[in-house]
Design a protein around this ligand. Sequence first.
Ligand code: PA5
Length: 448
Amino acid sequence: MEHINFDYSGALNFIEEKEILSLQDKINENYEKIYNKTGRGSDFLGWVNLPSSFSTDLIGKIEKTASVLRTKSEVVVVVGIGGSYLGARAVIEALSPQFNLLKKKQGNPVVLFAGFNISEDYHNELLQVLNEKEYSLIVISKSGTTTEPAIAFRLLRRHLEEKYGVDEARKRIVAITDKEKGALKQLATEEGYETFVVPDDVGGRFSVLTPVGLLPIAVAGIDIKELLKGAAYMEKTVAVDYSVKNNPVSAYAAVRNVLYQKDKHVEILVNYMPRLHYITEWWKQLYGESEGKEGKGIFPAGVDFTADLHSMGQYLQEGMRIMFETVISIKQPKTELRVPEDEANLDNLNYLAGKRIHEVNEKAEIATRLAHIEGGVPNLTVNVPAVSAYYIGELIYFFEMACAVSGYILDVNPFDQPGVEAYKKNMFALLGKPGFDEEVEKLKKHLG
Ligand code: PA5
């Protein structure tokens, strides 16, 4: 069976092999810190062995709840933000049909998301859609106190109760939160909602392989056992041999740090399939929140090719030389389609007739890689055999572990996010939340 591998040959015009290998000792130390829980943020390493040790009972419970929600609902709304939503969205969008009409045809509910913005129009339009649909809610917040999902849940819960009555509404809500603390936990206990626990030792952005990601993913009709199996394979492989030569996680962590040391401060994750867009969004959060601190860190950005070759392509080819690209390269798409022959050939495309669309996409990928390397953009490739639950599982663990190893190379705590509090304090002060008087005084100076 094939597995994910990492190819950094497209960086070797810019950095030397010996520079990459020079990080090997540091990388070995970092794995020891991770496995022995002796590094910074070691209280949040519960994700490391999750795939191989996931309880079969819990998988059963998740699948059972998912099946109840699937039976009752044309739409399931997942309420959450950051790590409490991006992982589920990434996997669901990667593996589900891309058009709602097809989802319906295949008997899967449409999974919609809320709680990740405070747009009045978004919520109003969502409620309008839900007026017409049989639906249920999964509300996710580890802290149980995050403002965005709390507002969305208040609106949706009210709507659900008005639509179905309080008793039936309670049966259509599942809460995923801390085992004992937070407003959501309290509410769930009082209302008697079915609940799942976010483990204490797993931070939001590392929680996709807990009920946080797995319940919504199972609701979408995706095989969560396969996802965990793929992740477990990567978990095992990474632990066997730390060497940059044999371990794709070590190689990725090393190469991106050598590039960073050479002033390549922006990493752009590239995909060639629209279904991978949210994998990029998930990755951006994972790396941005984990590494961007203490005045350090690679800035994680993303593009969807070939669409963005017609917008960002110019900058990538000839703009400031501060970036490198990491391409998620998929070998096999899920389906097959060929360019048809056309007798009139008015569009001059007959030279492509009979070729798979994927072959054209592959050639675009190779052409872009060569052009960008030539233009001064190092190219790294994560080769993924196919878009399946198994390989997405491998990919998730690959990126998670590389993020931890890489964060330790950078000498930051990859598992905290102190910086996200600053905007919240200001927002609470502006909104008049009790207890924020000091911030109000500070803001007055700026706002006049
Ligand atoms: O990775 C993280 O810890 C954050 O992105 C959180 O997931 C996000 O802020 C949501 O937090 P919560 O689940 O507590 O509502």
